[in-house]
Write a protein that binds this ligand. Structure first.
Ligand code: CA
Length: 431
């Protein structure tokens, strides 16, 4: 059974050209196991494409679609998050959520502009949004906030061809398995009649007004306007219903908010952050946690499970977050993203700034954060990853260390914390 032609039609590769030569030699470097020639790199790519076919076929992709989509595939080596020689291991240049301070990512002026547009769009698409609330149980403000965060209500230009992006990530990315699945789903989209010219994407392969990954398209795309086509690119009803369907599929709890801003106490400091310390709000209330806006907890709220989130440690607002916060994170795996979407939803609904402002913290050196993580891990703290990033777990363990060491608990990898863990380590290490 020979499904794949021995020689692929790759005419553009056989043409001599400086760009082709540069790309080919870069590919050869990548193909560490192969002989470093363009021909070897081509052979490796051909073999990889050949290896995709059985899965594509099993998923129902036609041979004609497969050939047409991939016969001219050239990886885009300029994409972020690729596993290439000479790139740092924690390269995530494309992900603003991981490279910007909370005060910058949750830029107040930007949130206010989006919220103003969101309120206009809420009126314009009122019938659609009411239908979504009725049929899918996701409130209009959260749906609009996803649209606003993802593409600024359709104003972001999506610069990439989705097939090239997911194929490059599947071939050379850090998350090859995930993108292999996305590539097969993207091929299925082509096979189902979606034109390739429509499939414009972010660097990570997300498409349309509310940024759908190809696999999510098949799970959650929703033809709300009932014209027989699911158009997440041009139809606002389809795109918003698809986003709501995805949120519902990820566990959205109808009628519930994402979280409450709280004032931390000595008994419930920022070292209590994170999902591993989730408990009923009644327990948090016993530790003295109050809502930042001064409103008392209601009985219904006291019965809910919540965990603490302090994206800026002791230098910004803290929250008790509910299940819908987790659902928003499943749309895009970032705490800042979830807080942004939650706050934007509240603003569109008429809310405003958090009570506690985001403080200004100096830039943190990756190597200093890594050293703090390494030293806390050596001291027995529950450090998940040595990655040089100020994630939720890192803030938590720093807070726990500060509490145990009678330092000011700010859950932030400051120079003071670095000096202290160095001294502790030198005291505890055997001579
Ligand atoms: Ca439609």
């Amino acid at each position: 059974m020979i499904d794949w032609p021995v020689t692929l039609p790759r005419r553009h590769r056989s043409k001599p050209g400086i760009l082709a030569a540069v790309l080919a030699s870069a590919m050869a470097i990548v193909a560490a196991a192969a002989v470093a020639t363009p021909a070897a790199a081509d052979a490796r790519l051909d073999a990889w494409i050949e290896g995709l076919w059985p899965d594509a076929k099993a998923a129902g992709v036609s041979r004609a679609t497969f050939d047409k989509a991939l016969s001219g595939f050239t990886p885009d080596l300029k994409l972020p998050d690729l596993d290439l020689p000479g790139r740092p291991s924690n390269d995530s240049r494309g992900q603003a959520e991981f490279t910007r301070a909370p005060s910058e990512y949750l830029d107040r002026a930007y949130l206010m502009r989006l919220a103003a547009t969101g309120r206009t769009l809420a009126a314009e698409h009122r019938a659609t949004l009411e239908k979504i609330e009725r049929e899918l149980g996701v409130d209009r403000y959260s749906v609009l906030a996803i649209w606003g965060r993802e593409t600024a209500f359709g104003h972001h230009k999506l610069p990439y061809d989705a097939i090239t992006v997911v194929a490059t990530q599947a071939y050379l990315g850090r998350r090859k398995d995930m993108f292999r699945t996305e590539l097969i789903a993207a091929l299925k989209m082509l096979d189902s009649g979606v034109p390739r010219s429509l499939m414009r994407a972010s660097w990570a392969g997300a498409m349309g007004l509310t940024q759908f990954m190809p696999s999510e398209y098949f799970k959650h795309a929703h033809d709300l306007d009932g014209d027989g086509k699911t158009d997440i690119w041009h139809s606002v009803p389809d795109a918003l219903a698809s986003a709501a369907s995805q949120l519902k599929g990820k566990g959205w709890v109808a009628g519930q908010t994402w979280g409450y801003e709280v004032k931390l106490t000595r008994a419930a400091d920022c070292g209590f952050e994170g999902p591993t310390q989730e408990r009923p709000i009644s327990e948090w209330a016993k530790l003295g946690l109050k809502r930042a806006n001064g409103k008392p907890w209601t009985d219904a709220q006291l019965a809910l499970n919540a965990y603490m989130m302090s994206p800026a440690g002791g230098y910004g607002p803290s929250f008790l977050v509910l299940e819908n916060y987790n659902v928003i994170r499943r749309y895009n795996m970032s705490d800042l993203y979830a807080v942004f979407v939650g706050n934007l939803a509240d603003r569109i609904a008429g809310g405003g700034d958090f009570v506690t402002p985001w403080g200004g913290m100096g830039p943190q050196k990756t190597r200093n954060i890594e050293e703090i993580q390494q030293r806390l891990q050596a001291l027995g703290y529950d450090v998940e990853k040595i990655d040089g990033k100020v994630g939720s777990n890192t803030r938590k363990v720093i807070g726990q260390y500060e509490r145990a060491s009678n330092l000011k608990v700010d859950c932030w990898p400051s120079d003071a914390v670095l000096d202290h863990v160095r001294k502790t380590a030198s005291r505890e290490s055997p001579r």
